[in-house]
Design a binder for this molecule. Structure first.
Ligand code: THG
Length: 292
């Protein structure tokens, strides 16, 4: 699986301020850490950033590319800043992201074509967030049609179902899993991408990794091509790289209906088993889900 590191982010407590202030050392240190941990693509997220967005994105691209040759994905709603980043880059870029909203899609697809980029198709439309797997499927068909019309082949389209927090919307978490299993038939040749850490948003920081790792493994069973992940979670990366087949076997087995005897499992595996139950809706989510 392709791993996209989410840590170079304007909201981050570690590099948010350095990124805003164009403090190269801290941003480069994070880029090197992500690369050293085995991340494939580094996301640079400057948020909506109206004023100064162009300069900041171009600076961030050059600053990161001076320490690593990894592919970059650029995350901003400001399409002028996106273009500044595309111009500044030495390598092919993944545009993160273009939604189906009529105010967004034309410019986003135009930039994708002009710079021969790959594009994340975010399934948010004029009607807002898709409500279930079927609306995600309809939005996918719309997005792929428009992208193809703009000259972009399926191989350059990465479909993002928009992952929701489990603490808010278990039905949306289930819909994303369900949709991911359908995507191969709906849009052959397209790639997929999911913001894994979204699932644990609002959860106490020290507990988030259980939800992130488990949800990633669940989506892997449905063929997930890539995940936007916390690049400092080495255990998550080890799981994605096939170094923890025991965990994958437990989670995939439970998705196929196996009911492991929790008492016989070590605490780590119990945590994963309880987390599967929370993410499939089999048990009700609360912040004490690992204890009950
Ligand atoms: N799809 C696409 N792009 C995305 C998302 C997605 N980009 C943004 C987001 N979702 C993925 N990136 C993050 C980055 C950080 C966090 C979650 C997802 C995060 N940060 C900590 C927090 O909010 O508590 C703060 C980190 C810190 O303080 O250092 O959780 O779905 N295409």
């Amino acid at each position: 699986m392709i791993l996209i590191g989410e840590n170079i982010n304007i909201m981050s407590s570690v590099v948010g301020t350095p990124l805003k202030n164009k403090d190269a050392a801290a941003v480069q240190a994070m880029a090197k850490e992500e690369a050293a941990n085995g991340i494939d693509i580094l996301d640079i997220n400057i948020g909506p950033m109206r004023k100064g967005g162009n300069e900041l994105m171009a600076w961030a691209v050059e600053t990161v590319q001076s320490v690593t040759d990894k592919m970059l994905s650029l995350d901003t709603a400001n399409m002028d800043a996106m273009e500044a980043g595309l111009k500044a880059s030495k390598n092919k870029i993944l545009i993160n992201s273009v939604s189906l909203q009529s105010s967004r899609i034309d410019r986003g697809l135009e930039l994708t074509q002009k710079y021969n980029a790959d594009v994340i198709g975010l399934l948010w439309s004029n009607e807002g967030m898709p409500r279930d797997a079927n609306e995600r499927a309809l939005n996918t068909v719309d997005f792929v049609y428009k992208a193809n019309e703009a000259g972009i082949p399926n191989e350059r389209i990465w479909i993002d179902p928009i992952v929701s927090p489990v603490s808010v919307e278990i039905n949306q978490v289930k819909s994303c899993t369900e949709f991911m299993a359908m995507l191969g038939e709906i849009a052959p040749g397209c790639k997929s991408v999911a913001g894994i850490s979204n699932v644990s948003s609002g959860v106490p920081a020290e507990l988030r990794c259980w939800l992130n790792r488990t949800y990633m493994v669940m989506l892997m069973k449905q063929g997930l091509y890539s995940g936007i992940v916390d690049a400092t979670d080495k255990d998550l990366i080890a799981i994605a790289r096939g170094q923890r087949p025991d965990i994958v076997k437990l989670i995939h087995g439970m998705m196929d209906g196996e009911q492991p005897d929790l008492a016989s499992l070590p605490k780590e595996m119990q945590n994963y088993a309880r987390t599967v139950r929370a993410l499939t809706g089999e048990s009700l989510y609360s912040h004490s889900w690992l204890e009950v």
